[in-house]
Design a protein around this ligand. Structure first.
Ligand SMILES: [Zn+2]
Length: 281
């Protein structure tokens, strides 16, 4: 990212410092960690039926198939999509989704790359006519009785870590009553440590970067203090999830769920208690 754009975003940040978006229009909060192979894709439906998708997996069609299996055929409207960063295993399914659904709001860092998929993403979101929200412009998105805190990246993180696309992943936390979920994209422990002073205490943690040993450090885990950790991982040649991370999670006594073992993982909550449904043993 050039300095000019950083300055422009800084300026925007000052102007819209305390802007809070409200997407409001009952049941449980449902979070489904789709089994998309080696990549991330999470579908969230709030008690008031707002739909959010964080990342879209590596395949072209997989997300579309998964979404059509959990949404009614007549509903072609998604309230919010979040792209954590433009790597293939997070961005690829969004192209078909944008072709087939009306997306109202799009949240991302605004930091693209020179890859063709990143250029295609910017082209498509501009054509979509959606409200485009940049992570460093806002603190919260309110979806009825669910609040999404946007924790990273802010201008400081973008400027310091933009050499590594993983580290400027959008990190967000969803809260409903006493329940909470933290979504970390592919950040490494360098950025996890930057967040130690933030409100990151959470019940359900989406483990960063598919269980890479360079993420999910002890300091971060002790601050987040999750009950459940979900690893979005499929067949891969990186050794994900690493024994280092599995050991750290085990040392903290955290229940681990993995897409490569459990298939699609659905966690629903009434705001206090959690129910886990998986489609494989
Ligand atoms: Zn990834």
């Amino acid at each position: 990212m050039s300095k000019k754009i950083i300055l422009f975003l800084l300026l925007l940040n000052i102007i819209t410092f305390s802007v809070v978006y409200s997407l409001s229009s009952v049941g449980d909060l449902q979070v489904i960690f789709f089994d998309v192979g080696q990549g991330d894709s999470i579908f969230i439906e709030t008690p008031q039926k707002h739909q959010i998708i964080i990342d879209s997996g590596p395949g072209d069609k997989t997300l579309l198939q998964k979404v059509s299996s959990v949404m009614p055929h007549w509903d072609k409207n998604i309230d919010l999509i979040v792209l954590t960063h433009t790597d293939n295993d997070h961005i690829s399914g969004f192209f078909e989704l944008l072709d087939n659904y009306v997306v109202e709001n799009i949240l991302w860092s605004g930091v693209g790359s020179t890859s063709s998929r990143s250029e295609k993403w910017e082209e498509m979101i501009n054509l979509e006519g959606a409200n485009i929200i940049y992570s460093n412009d806002i603190d919260k998105i309110i979806l009825g009785n669910v609040v999404m805190d946007i924790i990273s990246p802010n201008d400081y993180i973008i400027e310091k870590y933009s050499k590594n696309a993983n580290d400027i992943s959008v990190v967000s936390k969803i809260e409903y009553k006493d329940s909470s979920f933290l979504f970390t994209g592919d950040i490494t422990s360098k950025v996890e440590k930057e967040m130690i002073g933030e409100d990151i205490f959470t019940d359900v943690l989406k483990v960063a970067h598919h269980g890479s040993k360079y993420s999910t450090c002890d300091d971060f885990l002790s601050k987040v203090n999750p009950l459940i950790a979900v690893i979005q991982v499929g067949k891969n040649s990186y050794g994900h999830p690493t024994n280092d991370v599995l050991t750290r999670l085990s040392n903290f006594g955290i229940k681990v769920l993995r897409n490569d073992i459990n298939g699609d993982i659905k966690i629903s909550t009434d705001g206090n208690n959690y129910k886990i449904i998986t489609n494989k043993k």
